[in-house]
Design a protein around this ligand. Structure first.
Ligand code: HEM
Length: 401
């Protein structure tokens, strides 16, 4: 194909199956690529890092984009209030609360819960022997963890999954009226649900104390956060902390299975877990694209980007840029250094990094030590989404030691 005419909003039919091939072509032939709608698609590490770092020129505020896309709807309210889509000074104020809530101590406090959750799924997996890894493991752990962070009862977790899927799904470049409608309804229901939860917790301080992070957010209400802001940060956290981690776990296992030598190496030398997690994240970034809008006319390499232009930062392209990564197409769990961009960079860098890493660490170490082998029964199904790289289904067979 002629890559000069590539359109991110209307990618070629085989795009999802060959995303890395297309991003490589863009990186090599059109690294600062003008999309037919006038926005720019960036695929090189250097340019993406420079955009992440310069938040005064590159705005995360999405009121213009989402005004056009969502109109005056609950989806608009949500996506323009969550911390990830606001600029300083509001971003600084809200982000501080996340930082105070996600302390190393509060994350450490979750480790035992995470181990217990993983062990409970492993029992079922040992019994079943053949199962869908997504529904029996990678989908369950992050949602159970993030719900536990916010003190959401386990019986309501399916509700949360459905709402999250509809709200985040609305961030895909192209949407049907039905998807828009479902996204907005999900925001309304999610807000009401959280209002009830928070009201309950305010009157039950003993329960509150068991969920340090939620209590921290509740205490900030009225001081640093309005009620609407509080609700949207909770929704955002429930969403941000679950689809992403689910896909990290699914892709991680898939890549380890596809690279049997690396699977065996991690099994034999579990001390490689930290570099292995980074390599999984580099190789298959769960969020493939971040966006910014240019606040003043600026140059990227030798291209002038006019004020107001939206840019798409292709994390999935930057993570395989040979100017930053030696042999980028090779999956190497010992890679170091590994400065991938899967958690973003700069002022909006993921606030849940330590939690995501802890989930991955417990999950992969326990999977590796519980099963001698894990094999795919068929090729996993990849969802037709370009922002989130989602494995929908992954049938596996396990054999015990
Ligand atoms: C593997 C799992 C995860 C990945 C790949 C991931 C990725 C990202 C990325 C790329 C951003 C930056 C967005 C931007 O700059 O526009 C981000 C922001 C964020 N993430 Fe994560 N995330 C993960 C897990 C989590 C978890 C578990 C939580 C919390 C429960 C979380 C909470 C957040 C928050 C609050 C922000 C916004 C930070 C800000 O705007 O200042 N994330 N994440």
């Amino acid at each position: 194909m002629n890559i000069e005419s590539f359109d991110l909003y209307n990618p070629p039919m085989d795009f999802i199956d060959h995303v890395y091939k297309y991003y490589k072509l863009l990186r090599e032939k059109s690294p600062i690529h003008k999309n037919p709608d006038g926005s720019y698609v960036l695929t090189t590490y250097k340019e993406i890092v420079s955009v992440y770092r310069n938040f005064k020129i590159w705005s995360s505020d999405k009121k213009i984009d989402f005004g056009a896309k969502f109109g005056a709807s609950p989806l608009f309210e949500h996506h323009t209030t969550s911390v990830v889509f606001v600029d300083p000074p509001n971003h600084t104020r809200i982000r501080k609360i996340f930082q105070q809530a996600f302390t190393p101590k509060s994350i450490r406090g979750l480790e035992k819960d995470i181990i217990n959750l993983v062990d409970s799924y492993l029992i079922t997996m040992h019994e079943k022997k053949k199962f869908d890894f997504v529904s029996d493991f990678s989908f369950r752990l992050p949602v159970d963890v993030v719900c536990s962070v916010l003190g959401i009862p386990s019986e309501d977790r399916q509700l949360i999954r459905d709402w999250a899927h509809k709200i985040l799904g609305a961030l895909e470049p192209k949407l049907t009226p039905k998807q828009l409608d479902e996204g907005s309804t999900a925001v309304v229901n999610f807000k009401q649900y959280l209002k009830d939860q928070i009201r309950f917790r305010k009157t039950h301080k003993d329960i509150n104390n068991a969920h340090e992070i939620l209590s921290f957010l509740i205490e900030a209400e009225g001081l640093e956060l309005s009620e609407t802001e509080l609700l949207h940060q909770c929704i955002f956290m429930l969403n941000a902390g679950h689809e992403t981690s689910t896909n990290m776990l699914s892709h991680g296992l898939n890549e380890l299975i596809n690279h049997g030598d690396q699977f065996k190496l991690l099994q034999k030398e579990p001390e490689r877990i930290d570099t292995a997690i980074d390599e999984i994240l580099r190789f298959q970034p769960p969020i493939q694209i971040n966006n910014r809008r240019c606040l003043e006319t600026t140059m990227l390499e030798n291209v002038t980007i006019p004020e107001g232009t939206p840019v798409h930062m292709i994390i999935a392209g930057a993570n395989r840029d040979p100017s930053q990564f030696f042999e980028p197409e090779i999956f190497n769990i010992s890679r170091s250094p590994n400065r991938h961009l899967s958690f973003g960079l700069g002022i909006h860098i993921c606030a849940g990094i330590n939690l995501a890493r802890l989930e991955a660490k417990v999950a992969f170490l326990r999977l590796m030590s519980s099963f001698k082998e894990i094999n795919l029964l068929k090729k996993p199904t990849i969802a037709k989404r370009i922002r989130f790289r989602e494995i929908k289904e992954m049938q596996v067979e396990v054999s015990s030691f």
